[in-house]
Design a binder for this molecule. Structure first.
Ligand SMILES: Cc1ncc(COP(=O)(O)O)c(C=O)c1O
Length: 383
């Protein structure tokens, strides 16, 4: 007798945590188009279209632009592995979980890491980074997180890159939660390596990491003394994604690339600036409503990020229980604190198609109900 097979039947969720966000229906439909092989010249034309679309979304007309077959973390690791060689010095700004992850990855690749830290919700002031650069002029790389999803803080990347102008140190920026959600101008600002993901403000499924590499960073790659791990060697990947005839490197995730193609078209059809403005307006609405409820935010208000708002859990409230109730009773995902040292928080993401006041209202209604219910339970337990 054949064993009974499990049924794939995931529940509907409104994804308003730190990502992934809900995928646009047209993006899902794109994945239903005819499969091509990864060595089909028609597919190679699609790759070049994706490169062109990505250049416009990153605003990176020069250098190498493509989408890696990996997650945001592996995009981060690709930057480190390509731009640093063992023994190289890297300055890493850390004010939350993902800055710490860059530092850890750089150490694992044999780099000498100079940590420059600030508290959760703060940013490392650019003056401190410039002082650190003055103390370590031999640093090969300076890395910052443009949009720190673990705290909801946005790094003033344009100001930092301006302050670094003329220095030989390359600038790497984590744009995982900023690409297509907040103003970003990789070419204009002179960022040397930017990496992102597909599952946040692009509103595509997770699993790819769009990157943009400046020309001077490409020169650095060409001058390396030691080889880069094969899977993430950017110069080999360029031969498949951009040079023609394309040289086989790996079997590309064809359907994910269709999805990315469609997601990028959705961004450009809306208008990049219009999309940034929509994320900003939805976030401003959410912040107003949270303030009306006396719920304080984690991030320094001057550096509040639009796509992700971190709310401090009020004293006496079980943040975890509220988060679970929002998921179970309302079918809405919000995030909690990330990592062992994170303060208690709820992380509300309004990204991609979810960046609207209507979505914010749905999250707020669920939050109000869950907080009231948990409060009642706690009151009953105490009484
Ligand atoms: C700022 C930031 N960097 C890196 C990552 C890692 O991306 P992934 O989970 O796709 O590996 C995330 C994921 O949330 C992120 O928010």
């Amino acid at each position: 007798m054949k064993a009974e097979l499990p049924v794939l039947d995931p529940p509907e969720r409104l994804l308003c945590g730190p990502g992934p966000t809900n995928v646009d229906p047209s993006v899902l439909e794109a994945m239903d188009r005819p499969m091509l092989g990864h060595l089909d010249p028609d597919f190679h034309d699609i790759l070049l279209d994706v490169v062109d679309l990505l250049r416009r979304v990153y605003r990176a007309p020069e250098g190498i632009v493509m989408a890696l077959h990996c997650t945001g973390t592996a995009g981060m690791e690709t930057g480190v592995a390509n731009l640093l060689e063992p023994g190289d010095k890297a300055i890493v700004a850390q004010a939350g979980f993902f800055g710490g992850r860059i530092a850890e990855i750089a150490r694992r690749h044999g780099a000498e890491v100079v940590d420059v830290t600030a508290g959760w919700g703060e940013i490392v002031p650019k003056e401190r980074l410039i002082e650190t650069l003055d103390e370590h002029p031999d640093a090969r790389l300076l890395a910052v997180v443009h949009a720190e999803t673990s705290t909801g803080a946005e790094y003033p990347l344009a100001e930092l890159s301006e302050a670094m102008a003329g220095r030989p140190t390359l600038l790497m920026a984590d744009c995982v939660t900023s690409l297509a959600g907040v103003p970003l101008d990789i070419g204009g600002w002179g960022v040397d390596f930017a990496y992102s993901c597909t599952q946040k403000c692009l509103a595509a499924p997770p699993g790819m990491s769009p990157i943009a590499v400046s020309e001077r960073a490409v020169e650095r790659l060409r001058a390396r003394k030691t080889p880069v791990p094969f899977s993430f060697d950017l110069l080999l990947l360029e031969r498949y994604w951009i040079e023609r005839p394309a040289a086989y490197h790996h079997t590309a995730p064809i359907l994910s690339i269709y999805a990315l193609h469609e997601a990028l078209c959705r961004v450009l059809a809306e208008g990049l600036e219009e999309r940034w403005a929509r994320h900003a307006e939805a976030a401003a609405y959410l912040r107003g409503e949270l303030a009306a409820r006396d719920l304080p935010l984690l991030a320094d208000p001057e550096h509040q990020l639009a796509p992700l708002t971190a709310v401090r859990v009020p004293e006496g409230t079980d943040g975890d229980a509220v988060q679970k109730r929002i998921l179970r009773d309302h079918g809405i995902e919000v995030g909690g604190g990330l990592g062992p040292s994170a303060p208690a928080m709820w992380r509300i993401g309004l990204m991609g198609r979810n960046a609207t006041p209507e979505t914010a209202d749905r999250v707020l209604a669920a939050l109000d109900a869950a907080v009231a219910e948990e409060g009642t339970l706690a009151g009953r337990a105490a009484g």
